[in-house]
Design a protein around this ligand. Structure first.
Ligand SMILES: [Zn+2]
Length: 345
């Protein structure tokens, strides 16, 4: 809320928890003040009313209960009320004692930086304390059955929620690095298809890996493996064999079908193919080592290239790598030790 109270000559926020309490109780006749917290014009947070007490701040008129909410008191009973002192709209007016309308200067028509800072801190504190989703942080005018411009035209609750979301994301830290996986490189191996296929369905739908039930035939076929099943079915021996077979990442997701589904659904929710917080991101494949070869009688560079690369036209690669001992590609002699560079060089 805003308090819709502004100094008539300066437009600046006026009021505090005590003043609002006094007004609500003495003038309006309520049993207590309307807000749980008040943020003053200078950004001070005032604790106005116990959080367990329903503040009177957003009752609604809904005689036929068409909104389906608790009659009249839903927002009061379920929402904490925070009021920023001030009037956050342009072209405000007041009436003098004789009923004449006067303008209030168009200054201080939006919350100050200090107020927004205090509000952000307070809301994040309360959200954490009560596990309040960001969608439930609302401006008064966004509550069904309430016809008001509170908290003022110049306070945009949607923008405030964006700020909170950005803070949530920053607090969650950067997303875990994920290996780059191409189509056909990742398989979900299901140790028990009957029990675990349903559990893995959302995950499979989201990431479109290959799916296989043939655990014994998986060795050496996929660089990335998600291994799903009970603890008995997913043995350490199987994991070791998949790794020996060349898999760069083997991620066991093990447990009852319910446990497995929870873990996989959580990956889907985070848009992460792998849980790299528990399984280290695979190292990029080690560069192929240089090899050496002792020239045999009758060898040519083309012949050696075909032996090592399967391609005799690659002889120049070997020649260039051995320029320290070779000056003519046709002049190699038995017994020479030459270097064979990897093809990727
Ligand atoms: Zn309000």
């Amino acid at each position: 809320h805003h308090s819709a109270t502004a100094d008539r000559t300066t437009g600046a926020p006026v009021g505090n928890a005590h003043v609002f309490f006094d007004y609500h109780v003495r003038v309006r006749g309520w049993t207590h003040g309307g807000y749980n917290y008040v943020i003053t014009g200078t950004g001070e947070i005032e604790y106005a009313l116990d959080e367990k007490i329903s503040a009177y701040h957003a009752g609604f008129k809904d005689p036929d209960n068409s909104a389906g909410l608790e009659y009249g008191q839903y927002w009061n009973n379920h929402y904490l009320a925070i009021c920023l002192a001030g009037w956050f709209s342009d072209n405000r007016t007041y009436r003098d004692a004789s009923g004449r309308l006067h303008p209030i200067p168009n200054r201080h028509t939006a919350p100050s930086e200090a107020q927004m800072k205090a509000l952000t801190d307070l809301v994040q504190y309360l959200r954490q304390k009560y596990s309040i989703p960001v969608e439930n942080v609302r401006g008064h005018r966004e509550l069904a059955g309430n016809s008001t411009e509170c908290p003022g035209q110049n306070f945009d609750p949607a923008r405030f929620r964006e700020t909170l979301r950005a803070l949530d994301e920053a607090a969650a830290g950067p997303p875990e690095p994920q290996p780059e996986v191409h189509p056909g490189e990742h398989v979900v191996l299901l140790a028990d298809a009957d029990q675990y296929l349903t559990a893995a369905m959302a995950y499979i739908w989201r990431f479109q890996p290959d799916v296989s039930f043939a655990l014994e035939e998986a060795e050496g076929r996929w660089p990335y493996v998600t291994l799903v099943g009970s603890a008995e079915a997913v043995s350490g021996d199987l994991i070791a064999r998949l790794k020996t077979g060349g898999a760069r990442l083997v991620q066991p997701v093990v447990g009852s079908p319910e446990t497995v589904q929870a873990a996989l659904d959580s990956l889907v929710a985070r848009n992460q193919r792998f849980d790299t917080s528990t399984t280290p991101t695979p190292e990029p494949p080690a560069p192929e080592p240089w090899r050496t070869y002792t020239v045999q009688p009758g060898d040519t560079l083309s012949f050696i290239a075909r032996q090592f690369y399967g391609d005799s036209s690659r002889w120049r690669l070997i020649f260039e790598a051995n320029r320290d001992i070779l000056t003519d590609p046709g002049q190699i002699f038995p017994g020479m030790l030459i270097k064979i560079p990897p093809l990727s060089e």
